[in-house]
Design a protein around this ligand. Structure first.
Ligand SMILES: Nc1ncnc2c1ncn2[C@@H]1O[C@H](COP(=O)(O)OP(=O)(O)OP(=O)(O)O)[C@@H](O)[C@H]1O
Length: 555
């Protein structure tokens, strides 16, 4: 199989970073893994302060499509998801529900897990930060940071947003006036209230990592690149970071090893989940490190693109190869969020639209490079126009027993002369199918799912137009040899388009692609990227199938 060009580009990037690590090896950074070894792809672990919403499902579906794509290329992938369960917000949420934090976490974590099952997410690891294996990882990691001299005890003073679990500088807070005229300080980015915090706790020497973080950013690890300048602005001004709380204020968390009066900062605790899933520390599978891609929303960019790599540098571990940062789904102009409560229920939408239908919409119209408003009307429109009317309709037309009487997929060998029945333009379009896999590979490797889907749909529209123009249902009624050859030609060209697009659509609409390929008679073993070359053998069709019901807008 010819490897797509982007694959090589990626390896080049990893290699250049490898050299970079050797230069900074004074802190004992472990070397990067060899080429061709397994990938670790992660999503954030989600905070269990309330039930999941469409935003969470979007992150996970985006990462799932990336994992499915890598697996389709033959890459071994470890895909991790999970829930973040410590912190003051959880402590408070449990209190308000009159339950214990653990029972509260069990209940909400199960909601996320159910969602991922129903969403057909192919994760390998579902990590919970209340698990013993994670407790061990966090305590070991802390001890390493401390032994290497990156943690010291000191007086922390500054603004803190409990809702965001984040420390903020003076520039990152502002005054707002509430309805009753009270002036309150809030975080500029989230609008959440902040309080002035002053206490003795443990502090991480974040300021020591300016150089290493800058070099890491030079390797173009932040995608899309539009977010890189923001990260650089944070890196330019790096104060040390408080990484513990007094236990009397925050008891729901992992204690600092050797000091039971302090609890480890929830973000340090949470970020270490990515190591826990790779077996750290006792069963650490080094082959999976560093993560090939960490998918996040832009709200948590600072934690993943500044704190996280700095923690890893301090521990002598490699930082992630890529941070894939997407934008937000909005509702009436505001970020959909648990705290705000302006959420769209993903379970209900999976029920209405199916996992493939919803995933198709989210990746096609996705809030990837810019924020996007979620709209049910748009979901219905997209599914009906692209999946039902275009793909489903084309499949029905070329496999209908009244048109395709022998129920088979004619091969190119059966057809004497394409140009006898097709225009020059159509012949060229047909031959361009041979390059489609390479073109889609480049886009999928770059996580540009929306552009890839646009491209695939262009071929489907073209094939539908061809079928419409050549009316195979009329040709099927004639028994003369010329009409039959003409019919075969049209059926072959349309089915080839469906077959190749079906193979390439597997990462995005796995269930519908399977239905489509099965109906076309394509066996499970013939659905790899290498099979996107032209089909030269006739195939018997599978049994009849309805790809997807039309969705009613009134639902
Ligand atoms: N509106 C959104 N659009 C896209 N992704 C989102 C959205 N909201 C949350 N996410 C995903 O969830 C991650 C944040 O998880 P979190 O549990 O903090 O959700 P949240 O709804 O922002 O919660 P909270 O309101 O309590 O801060 C984001 O980084 C992103 O991956």
């Amino acid at each position: 199989m010819q490897r797509p060009r982007m694959f090589w580009k990626r390896q080049k990037l990893r290699n250049s970073y490898c050299c970079l690590l050797k230069r900074t090896a004074t802190t004992g950074v472990e070397s990067l893994r060899d080429d061709g070894v397994p990938y670790l792809i992660t999503t954030p672990i989600f905070y269990v302060n309330a039930a999941p919403h469409i935003g969470h499902l979007y992150t996970v579906m985006l990462a799932d499509a990336a994992c499915r794509w890598q697996r389709l290329k033959g890459q071994q992938v470890l895909f991790s998801v999970g829930t973040d369960e410590h912190g003051l917000k959880i402590q408070q949420a449990a209190e308000s529900h009159n339950t214990s934090p653990q029972l509260y976490c069990d209940r909400v974590s199960a909601m996320f897990k159910d969602l991922f099952e129903k969403g057909n997410i192919t994760y390998n690891e579902f990590i919970r930060t209340t698990e013993n294996r994670h407790f061990e990882a966090v305590q070991t990691f802390w001890e390493i940071l401390q032994n290497r001299g990156y943690i010291y005890k000191g007086q922390y003073e500054g603004w803190y947003s409990i809702s965001d679990e984040a420390f903020l500088t003076d520039e990152e807070v502002q005054d707002t006036t509430s309805h009753d005229g009270k002036v309150q300080k809030v975080a500029v980015s989230s609008g959440q209230p902040v309080t002035w915090m002053k206490e003795e706790n443990y502090i991480f020497r974040l300021s020591a990592f300016n150089q290493q973080l800058t070099s890491w950013l030079d390797a173009k690890v932040i995608q899309p690149a539009q977010f890189e300048p923001l990260v650089r602005s944070w890196v330019e001004n790096l104060p040390d970071l408080s990484v513990s709380r007094q236990r009397q204020r925050l008891s729901w968390g992992i204690p600092v090893p050797g000091d039971s009066s302090q609890t480890i900062y929830v973000w340090l605790d949470a970020l270490i989940n990515y190591l826990t899933v790779a077996g750290y520390p006792s069963k650490f599978q080094h082959a999976y490190w560093p993560p090939a891609c960490q998918v996040i929303g832009k709200d948590i960019l600072r934690f993943h693109a500044v704190y996280w790599p700095a923690f890893l540098f301090a521990a002598g571990l490699s930082p992630p190869s890529k941070i894939l940062c997407h934008s937000h789904w909005l509702v009436d102009g505001h970020k959909m969020s648990k705290s705000r409560g302006n959420v769209v229920d993903p379970m209900d939408r999976l029920e209405r639209y199916t996992a493939d239908g919803l995933r198709y919409f989210l990746l096609k119209e996705g809030a990837y490079t810019s924020d996007g408003n979620y709209s049910d009307a748009r979901v219905v429109e997209r599914i009906n126009s692209d999946l039902v009317n275009s793909i489903g309709n084309l499949l029905n037309r070329v496999t209908a027993p009244s048109v395709n009487k022998q129920q088979y997929f004619p091969a190119l060998d059966d057809i004497t002369d394409l140009s006898k029945f097709l225009s020059q333009e159509d012949v060229e379009k047909y031959h361009s199918l041979a390059e489609l896999a390479d073109q889609i590979s480049l886009l999928y490797d770059d996580y540009a799912f929306s552009r890839a889907l646009d491209k695939l749909l262009t071929h489907i529209y073209w094939a539908n137009g061809l079928v419409q123009a050549h009316a195979p249902w009329v040709l099927a009624k004639s028994s003369d040899a010329e009409s039959q050859r003409h019919l075969k030609t049209i059926l072959h060209v349309a089915m080839e388009t469906l077959r190749i697009c079906g193979i390439l659509l597997q990462p995005v609409i796995p269930v519908l692609s399977d239905r489509m390929l099965t109906r076309l008679g394509v066996s499970q073993t013939d659905r790899g990227i290498a099979d996107c070359k032209q089909n030269s053998l006739p195939i018997l069709l599978g049994s009849q199938v309805l790809l997807l019901n039309r969705i009613s807008a009134s639902k």
